[in-house]
Design a protein around this ligand. Structure first.
Ligand code: MG
Length: 206
């Protein structure tokens, strides 16, 4: 059985699509950015700065990021956890498996979201200036170091191709959250519902 499960946050634990849309609307209103929400949403899973680079937004990125983050924080109460998240995480905790989060959401919003769960996360990684964001493996590797666990004993649960790439590059097993915001990934293990995760962890031989 795996000893550590690392979760992506948006689209895996947190149903935040509407929150992102509202925050992006504020960006469209207050800046010169003109790309529709769908263009932004198709790239989530990477740090905000990297998404802007992909969208060709090169000016005032720090100001745009601040506007987006502030708006998202204001609307954060409208983001909810996916059905079954609380129960499944409690079940995983009771199995004695450690849990952590590796997200492209900034630290203040991540902290506010995770505080709503009655779960102790042994490692929580958000983008920073020291390490490369997903799809690079850096934050996954740091999370494992913080948890004191080996790659062979760790499982990543993600919903975007960037999550899968980060897990592969960190040398850990991956399971795809089909309820999330990404597309299915061919020949990669997937689960339809988070309630299937405890079983998946239990049956995962190292
Ligand atoms: Mg995600």
């Amino acid at each position: 059985m795996k000893r550590l499960v690392l979760f992506d946050l948006d689209g895996v634990l947190l149903h935040s699509q509407e929150n992102m849309r509202q925050a992006w609307d504020v960006v469209l209103e207050k800046t010169n950015v003109q790309r529709p929400f769908e263009d932004y949403f198709g790239l989530i899973g990477r740090p905000f700065k990297d998404i802007m680079a992909h969208l060709g937004v090169t000016e005032e990125v720090a100001r745009i990021e601040k506007i987006y983050m502030t708006a998202s924080f204001d609307f954060l109460s409208q983001a909810t956890f996916f059905p079954g998240v609380r129960e499944s995480l409690a079940e995983i905790r009771d199995m004695g498996v450690k849990m952590g989060v590796v997200t492209s959401k900034d630290a203040p919003r991540t902290k506010a979201v995770l505080a709503q769960l009655d779960i102790r996360f042994v490692c929580v990684q958000s983008p920073n200036d020291r390490f490369r964001g997903k799809p690079a493996p850096d934050h996954v590797l740091v999370a494992m170091a913080e948890a004191g666990e080996d790659p062979a004993d760790t499982l990543f649960v993600g919903d975007m191709e960037t999550d899968w790439q980060a897990a592969c590059r960190a040398g850990i097993d991956y399971v795809h959250a089909s309820w999330g915001y990404g597309k299915p990934i061919t020949s990669v293990p997937a689960i339809e519902n988070i309630s299937q995760l405890p079983n998946h962890i239990q049956n995962h031989l190292p």
